[in-house]
Design a protein around this ligand. Sequence first.
Ligand SMILES: CC(=O)SCCNC(=O)CCNC(=O)[C@H](O)C(C)(C)COP(=O)(O)OP(=O)(O)OC[C@H]1O[C@@H](n2cnc3c(N)ncnc32)[C@H](O)[C@@H]1OP(=O)(O)O
Ligand SMILES: CC(C)C(=O)C(=O)O
Ligand SMILES: [Mg+2]
Length: 552
Amino acid sequence: MMPAAQNKYKAYATVRPATRTWPDGRIDHPPMWCSVDLRDGNQALIDPMGTDLKMRMWTTLVDMGFKEIEVGFPSASQTDFDFIRTLIEGGHIPDEVTIQVLVQSREELIRRTFEALAGAKRCIVHLYNSTSEAQRRIVFGIDRKGCVDLALSGVALIRDLSAARPEGEVTLQYSPESFTGTEPDFAVEIVEAVAEAWGASPTRRMICNLPATVEMSTPNLYADVIEWFCTTVKNRASLIVSVHPHNDRGTGVAAAELAVMAGADRVEGTLFGNGERTGNVDVVTLALNLYTQGVDPGLDLSDIDTVRRAAEHCTGLPVHPRHPYAGDLVYTAFSGSHQDAIKKGFAARKSANDPTWEVPYLPIDPADVGRSYEAVIRINSQSGKGGIAAVLERDHGLEIPRPLQVEFARIVQELADQKGRELESSEIMTAFADTYFRGGTLELVDYSTVPVGKGVQRALTASLLRDGKDVVIQGVGSGPLDAFVHALGKDLGIHVKVRDYHEHAIGGGSEAQAACYVQIAVGGNAPTHGAAVDAGITMASLKAVISALNRG
Ligand SMILES: CC(=O)SCCNC(=O)CCNC(=O)[C@H](O)C(C)(C)COP(=O)(O)OP(=O)(O)OC[C@H]1O[C@@H](n2cnc3c(N)ncnc32)[C@H](O)[C@@H]1OP(=O)(O)O
Ligand SMILES: CC(C)C(=O)C(=O)O
Ligand SMILES: [Mg+2]
């Protein structure tokens, strides 16, 4: 038994904005994005990235279109320091990208940080100190004033070092770390003090980052406190309000979205949510959530697998198969009704002249992120006729008619149950061929037809093998198939009724083939299906009848 919750944990303290407007908000433009993969993501890794991996991550982030990238904590690690030097000295920072570095409010660390930044045209120095009641008491042993003084000592030094930089001023970012455990009025007090000490103004905005260092509440309460902060803090216009959600409760994405609705201008996060403990908020999900609402996210995810491979390589951590937008299984339907609806959705798209995406069960067109339709439908014992037919059509060009779909689905389900696993497309095709392209007692060797008189009647002569012996049959009918059926009845005593007939071409040009599907009844027997593929349509139709008879 777990200890009684009420004796051990207390509910999150809430603050209610005077007017709560965020629930009516819509996000109609992307926030400013800042990647913290190379800092928060990196500091949480079992094996932090070395220079090569950092460079791969950097290139990936730049290629995706991030304009602000936190590149490390240069005063804490020589690797971070050296990497930042490489970026600056190697000319790897595009003009439109600003690097950001993290530092504590400690003199020697701030001085070292500025050494790392020498030569950088534009940069953001990110100063933090923890402001929560618990950390003030437990970790720092200081009161509110001591906490403000700690922040201000850092700001004063950054201001002086920044003014002395020949390359130009830096942007200050200040984080009241553990904001979610900080009394909201104190967060406002310390941010106002920092902004004033820095000289923030509407033309020299300071980034005020409000981290859910630990995610401690439902996202609506985070949104409440963000809205309250934004409407309470003095000189809001002098601040870029940024959020930095972590994912301890599994609601980091929702928290970020509601925070933006509540007034945040900027979001810090990582690719696929790598980061401390349960991770930082996942910027890939945030960006594609926007995209699927018709909002250009400002980040390029047109080749999500390349981004994913880079992230997996750099972090050494796999992306979960069910991860939104990127997981191996997220564009796959195994279950019958989903497959059926997806197949119909794709078919409707083909015939409609409207680019709007409307395929059931697929919130995004896989092609938009560089994923293919190929993997969308996979077959196991939960699959139905629609999905099975879709696989036969997609991979083998067979457009099997509905009554045949119904019958074949039962065969595939039995096979999947018997194997106890997913079936490969080739196994489905083999099962189809074994069942419906059936050899046996009868084999069609050849046929010829000639017109009869001046009408539409045709006379057909067919050579067959019956139990290995040559037989020739002849008949007349309204077309070759009808003539063949008459010949079977007249010469072999096999009285066939064609109940259903479908044909289509597979491919085009000189390579084109014909597929034919029939359902026949012989005497009072239950109807059977047969199918055949051949270079010519008449041969395919006669062979399909023979297949059905052989199944008989
Ligand atoms: C929420 C976040 O992600 S914050 C970022 C955290 N990232 C990291 O810590 C990764 C890199 N950090 C490091 O390599 C090391 O912690 C260093 C180099 C920064 C500091 O190293 P050290 O001083 O040797 O060790 P340590 O981290 O244990 O020091 C903690 C001291 O800094 C103080 N401190 C912690 N944060 C801050 C801060 N933001 N501003 C000022 N002082 C701080 C602590 O109160 C403690 O003080 P004490 O020594 O008087 O008890
Ligand atoms: C340094 C800060 C912004 C941080 O990473 C956090 O609070 O989670
Ligand atoms: Mg963090």
